[in-house]
Design a protein around this ligand. Sequence first.
Ligand SMILES: *Cc1c(COP(=O)(O)O)cnc(C)c1O
Length: 237
Amino acid sequence: MTRLDELTTNLKRARQSIAQACTAAGRSPAEVTLVAITKTFPLDDVRALAGLGVTDVGENREQELKAKAPEAADLDVTWHFVGQLQSKKARSVVKYADVVHSVDRASLVTALSRAATDLGRPVRCLIQVSLAEYGPGPVAGTGRGGVEPHDVPALAEAVAEAEGLVLGGVMAVAPLGGDAGKAFDGLASVAARLRSEHPGADWISAGMSGDLEAAITRGATHVRLGRALLGTRPVLG
Ligand SMILES: *Cc1c(COP(=O)(O)O)cnc(C)c1O
């Protein structure tokens, strides 16, 4: 089996899982965007997926984003940045990404806004919400990034007021070893509260290869799939 065959099969399967979860939840598959997380995989895979109709691609490291995105400038894909972001890397990410899913502090909002304004590239920002409270351990230190739910409104307000940034909604990663369904229920209520104050901020980026059904049931608009599409990643040191 060639790599293209493999990606074709995986993509078909992933689209079927999304469609099934949508049907079960009484939603239309058109409401859910598949974002292919291509971290650690080569540019050829991005090209192949784009050729198969994937429109959204994501990376979690600035270095990889800046290596791949310019080489893929001929492709009609939207680039997403989903990893933790140092403020000093904000400019480079804004150069190449259309959406940043991992906005988690006011200083990053300032850095992103300055970069977006300087470069004349508006950036859609999602507030990353910590769901550590739904995990098995003590909340402190077990999180997988993001702000605590009660800090979302203030950070969202900062994004909404920042020049060059568009407040898009929320993003989260389910806690390891926790109940993804409960965690995504919590995220759904954070998202509903955000929408009541900012009606346009209606994206919910939730669900990865292991928990996409749980996320779609609870309103995810963007699922971020790595392994389900591309296969097992090499372990990084
Ligand atoms: C790697 C990654 C994903 C994809 O995870 P899989 O389990 O491979 O589907 C999604 N979101 C973020 C933030 C990631 O870093």
